[in-house]
Design a protein around this ligand. Structure first.
Ligand code: ATP
Length: 671
């Protein structure tokens, strides 16, 4: 165990670095995409059958055309053969109709497979993100995460729905047409294909460029989503209104918007010239073919009939679309591969907080709730470097800065330095200390929002890292300073802690949290919509809802981060009563700001600069005249304080004196 700061390794063990965003990932991305499609393989077999049959049917048509010319209209024997012509015309009508019907069925199949596979991918990504530790979210912009879930996954949909079938369909069509062309005239086929290598070389170049642009476009889109999320959320709007930064926000968005437009135009234009060349080639080749045919006939080629030439040019024209599509598709594939890489980059992030194999599960019945910090050292992990997603200061110097991960500053120093303490089952422990001392950090280590860097946090003698994540989550409840309420009804917000709670249980929790009557006062009662983050409720109401939620959860251990904002006397009393009920019969660690909480604590820990500098009861610590006494004077030393059992405390001859005056009302305390 480290005994001084220097003894402890400086690097954090939970940091994971990814390679640069643009680096080619060497794992077989295509293999992983195939893995996504694996559950739908039977449907895919049907798609393949449909594609091949349609392509073969379509390639048969030119042979019928050849027969129309050579055998029915202009047979060598002389007169046209109308009976044969009728059958051939029927064939030429039926083939496209059957091929179209097969096409519809195939579309349904590919659309189902593609969208289902995309839904799976989105679901997997969401589920994976749920397993990520808190540190990941503090270091990543919400908008970037949303963008990967929405824009990137939507971007790969075309691959899963259209591209795969397009490749198969067009390859089969091209192959079938190619074979048919060779059968008709190998000389003309060679002439047609002479320019192919040139196209392939250009296409590879264009493809790489499009891939690079696709990644940039997606990053820029992600940036725009992040700006929207930040600026147009309730807190973002509040911030920009309060600091009159609306213009800066608009400019920030406009700049990202301009960047996006530039990239989109560049992407659209890349390859245009290439496609134009291919199109011109296909437009010109029939004329060249006629010339070549003329030369072949005058040279004495017996096999080249008018029907062969018509069939050949029909096939050649038919080759144009599939070939163009194949080239376009290969560009799309490269674009989509770039998006897949972005998605896989997230899926490959290893959660830093994981469950050990063979982790112990402690059931509620066996849980006593003793908490121990054993020589705990903690350093916040450095943000993981992911492409353009690190959460940095919003405005920067210009107000329009686009964040870059290479700017990410490593977090330095220790947030906790050798913290050792013990809270017995059922005790209320108050943590006090100046801002930035490490109080919140300490509480984060109990439910494993972060893991200790050195030392251990124990519940009932078990290192929390040896327990199952589920049992830790069930054991530890939390009431945070800023209670998080989602956009939904009050009932749903309370029931989040216990989804199967009955209406009676929810109401009982609300009663115990002193919020039931207030809820009934709303026009819609428990069905009242709280608004995003509970903006429609007052601070005191939100606090009591958060307490109701934790009462419903009924955890053995409660972490309480008391709100610092002052409430009016009546609301303060209601919150206070609710808190007393919440802390009863369970172990509580409270980051205490209320004097009443501190006074009723079984033990108070004074934290300074990441260390426990003193511990004891209120009176002991006041008499000791250390950190707690100083904070007590600073925080409660002047003006009105909330004090249900307030001793009169005053300075006399430079030291604190407690007058031991019990007063059940708010009291003026002066020093
Ligand atoms: P306050 O009373 O102001 O909330 P606190 O005592 O709860 O303060 P902590 O929030 O635990 O203090 O912070 C302790 C130290 O850790 C501070 O120096 C803070 O800057 C740093 N810190 C907090 N959160 C992070 C984080 N996510 N990444 C890096 N450093 C952090």
């Amino acid at each position: 165990m480290p005994h001084s700061i220097e003894d402890v390794p400086r690097s954090s063990p939970v940091v994971t670095h990814l390679g640069p965003a643009d680096a080619e990932l060497d794992e077989p991305v295509l293999g992983r995409i195939a893995g996504l499609l694996h559950p739908y393989r039977s449907k895919l077999v049907l798609v393949a059958v449909a594609v091949v049959s349609a392509a073969i049917l379509n390639s048969l048509a030119p042979f019928l055309t050849k027969a129309v010319f050579d055998d029915a209209l202009f047979p060598k024997s002389g007169d046209p053969r109308m009976d044969l012509l009728a059958w051939l015309v029927v064939g030429l009508c039926v083939i496209p109709i059957v091929a179209a019907l097969i096409g519809i069925a195939q579309n349904w199949l590919t659309s189902t497979v593609g969208n289902s596979a995309m839904a799976d991918l989105r679901g997997d990504l969401f589920a994976h993100l749920q397993t990520m530790e808190l540190a990941f979210f503090t270091a990543t912009k919400t908008g970037n995460i949303q963008s990967r879930l929405a824009n990137d996954v939507a971007g790969v949909r075309t691959v899963l729905t259209d591209t795969a079938t397009s490749i198969l369909q067009n390859t089969v069509t091209v192959t079938a047409a190619f074979i048919a062309m060779v059968v008709l005239s190998w000389q003309l086929t060679i002439l047609t294909l002479i320019l192919m290598p040139v196209f392939i070389a250009i296409q590879l170049r264009v493809g790489r460029r499009r891939q690079r642009l696709a990644r940039k476009t997606q990053e820029s889109l992600s940036e725009m989503t992040a700006i929207t999320e930040e600026a147009l959320s309730v807190s973002g709007i509040l911030l920009s209104k309060v600091f009159n930064r609306a213009d800066a926000e608009v400019e920030r968005y406009r700049e990202a918007n301009r960047q996006q437009t530039r990239l989109q135009v560049e992407q659209a234009m890349t390859g245009r010239a290439f496609f134009a060349t291919v199109q011109a080639f296909f437009a010109i080749t029939p004329a060249v073919l006629y010339l070549a045919a003329g030369l072949m006939i005058t040279g004495g080629s017996a096999t080249l009939t008018a029907g062969t030439l018509v069939a050949f040019t029909t096939l050649q024209a038919r080759l144009q679309m599939p070939l163009l599509q194949l080239m376009r598709v290969s560009l799309d594939v490269q674009t989509s591969l770039a998006l897949f890489r972005r998605i896989f980059e997230y899926l490959d992030l290893e959660p830093a907080i994981t469950e050990k194999p063979g982790a112990v599960r402690i059931d509620d019945a066996d849980l006593h709730g003793a908490i121990e910090f054993r020589d705990v050292w903690f350093q916040y992990p450095e943000p993981r470097a992911l492409s353009g997603t690190v959460n940095r200061d919003r405005f920067g110097d210009s107000g329009v800065r686009i964040e870059r991960d290479e700017d990410a500053a490593p977090s330095e120093g220790w947030a906790l330095r050798g913290v050792s303490l013990r809270v017995e089952p059922g005790q209320l422990a108050a943590i006090v200390g100046p801002s930035g001392a490490g109080k919140t950090t300490m509480t984060y280590l109990v439910p494993r929002f972060y893991d200790v860097t050195e030392g251990a946090v124990l519940i009932d003698g078990h290192d929390v890292r040896d327990l199952t994540l589920g049992s830790v989550a069930e054991a530890v409840g939390m009431v945070t300073q800023e209670p998080y309420l989602f956009h939904g009804t009050i009932r749903d917000n309370i029931a989040y802690a216990k989804p199967d709670a009955t209406a009676a249980e929810i109401e009982q929790a609300a009663r115990d949290a002193n919020i039931h009557d207030r809820i009934l006062g709303f026009a819609d009662g428990y069905e009242t919509i709280t608004g995003e983050r509970g903006y429609r409720l007052s601070g005191g109401e939100k606090q009591r809802l958060a307490i109701a939620r934790v009462l419903l959860m009924d955890p053995r251990i409660l972490i309480l981060d008391e709100a610092t904002s002052a409430l009016d006397t009546e609301t303060e009393r209601l919150v206070q009563e609710a808190l007393e009920r919440a802390t009863r019969d369970r172990t509580t660690i409270a980051i205490a700001h209320r004097l009443s909480t501190i006074r009723s604590a079984d033990v108070i820990f004074g934290i300074d600069d990441g260390m426990v500098v003193e511990s004891g009861s209120h009176d002991e610590l006041l008499e000791a005249g250390g950190l707690y006494a100083r904070l007590y004077v600073e925080q409660f030393g002047s003006g009105q304080i909330e004090a249900r059992f307030t001793d009169g405390v005053r300075y006399s001859d430079g030291s604190l004196v407690c007058d031991r005056r019990h007063d059940d009302r708010r009291a003026d305390v002066s020093f």
